[in-house]
Design a protein around this ligand. Sequence first.
Ligand code: FA5
Ligand code: MG
Length: 442
Amino acid sequence: APVGPLTESSTTLEQAIEGNTYKKDAWTNTPPSILAKLPRRLHQQENHPISILRNLIETHFKDFQAISPASAIVTTHMNFDELGFPADHPGRSLTDSYYLNQTHMLRTHTSAHEVETFRAGHDKWLLSADVYRRDEIDASHYPVFHQMEGARVWTQDQLQDLKSLNAKMAEELAACPLVIEDISISSESNPYQPEHNPELAKEIAQNLKHSLNSMIFRLFGQLKAKSTDEEPLRVRWIEAFFPFTTPSYEVEVFWNGEWLEILGCGVVMQKTLKNAGVPQKLGWAFGLGLERIAMILFSIPDIRLFWSEDARFLRQFKEGRITTFKPYSKYPPCYKDLSFWLPQEKNPKEARGAKAAGGGMTAGTLTFHENDFCEIVRDVAGDLIESVTLIDDFTNKKTGRQSKCYRLNYRSMDRSLLNEEVNALQGEVIQRLVEELHIEPR
Ligand code: FA5
Ligand code: MG
């Protein structure tokens, strides 16, 4: 009787996560190494820099409700559709996001919870959570990071006082050694919403700017005061685009000679508030990257360190305090170069998977995507991989075949790696690349 094999195949067609089962389909692309991150919840781990930063921001926005959703698994409807992402938005593709199946995924941003939070009636709130994105590998990118979403909405009659509140906030900010460069303009490319009285929308955008400038000054100002250079902190507001806000902005902070993007924000689309059952309210929302800010505030040089369970890392931080991380040691790196031919395009009909369904490519189709490459490297090497860099790329003129060479830099945060162990990892990476992406090592 075929009972055995049938049972077996039916279990491999499903995955059990956090007590629920999810059917696998052509969209399933989340490896176990990523699912293993779900229970970590660094934003709630006491004395962890991500939690310290979350608490500092929550203290600053003192009458805002602090929320933390229970699970990172959301519907694609919450993550994209409800927020007005178009069907062909690149963020939806299998190369950029982690899917459990066609209907469920790991949230790519905390905005996935906006509608449900507005629907629950919250008017001033901060929501912190782990978010997941397929991405490149270097010191500032990791497939899991943390965001904080913040929002404030008002009913029309509550908006009477906004002008005077804004004037007061502007006065307070003017007294701070902070240089705010605002090169955003409300223009045709970044308009107010047709449903909004432009005077009111302008006050809401002003309130958003004042609220965030004041938070940024609270976080970075003291640090700046302690540093030896005399320059005041510089913050820059630039125009941005998000499907769920307009006008929209991004905020950058000038740090170590570079502009670093720390958050995105804007005036909430009235459509979103209508979807949430509160069409009479209007207001602003922002989403910030906690790692980005924590790396600056605590001088943490590599994003992998946040995931360290080494006491030499963890014992350096205490709730309520911004302290400078002292690297306990820098272990030697070990790099291996990998040159290979890309798979040859065959009959395009052979490209399977969700290509037809969502416009994305999956591992196993004949199109090579760097995020698929990085995913395999991470799955094999875990936190021992520090960076993956493309160092050569050429096409053979005669055959038309394309070749790439990547440098894989391995380094542990906690110990010295042995050459044999790195060779074994590299061997496994190559084997998986051949099997899953059909590359041909040279
Ligand atoms: C968003 O995720 C929007 N949901 C933000 C938003 C919320 C806009 C509400 C409007 C209203 P974005 O993809 O730019 O936008 O990410 C927001 C922030 O998350 C970035 O500014 C950055 O600080 C952080 N971030 C983004 N990608 C990464 C990454 N790979 N690693 C670390 N931090 C990241
Ligand atoms: Mg951005």
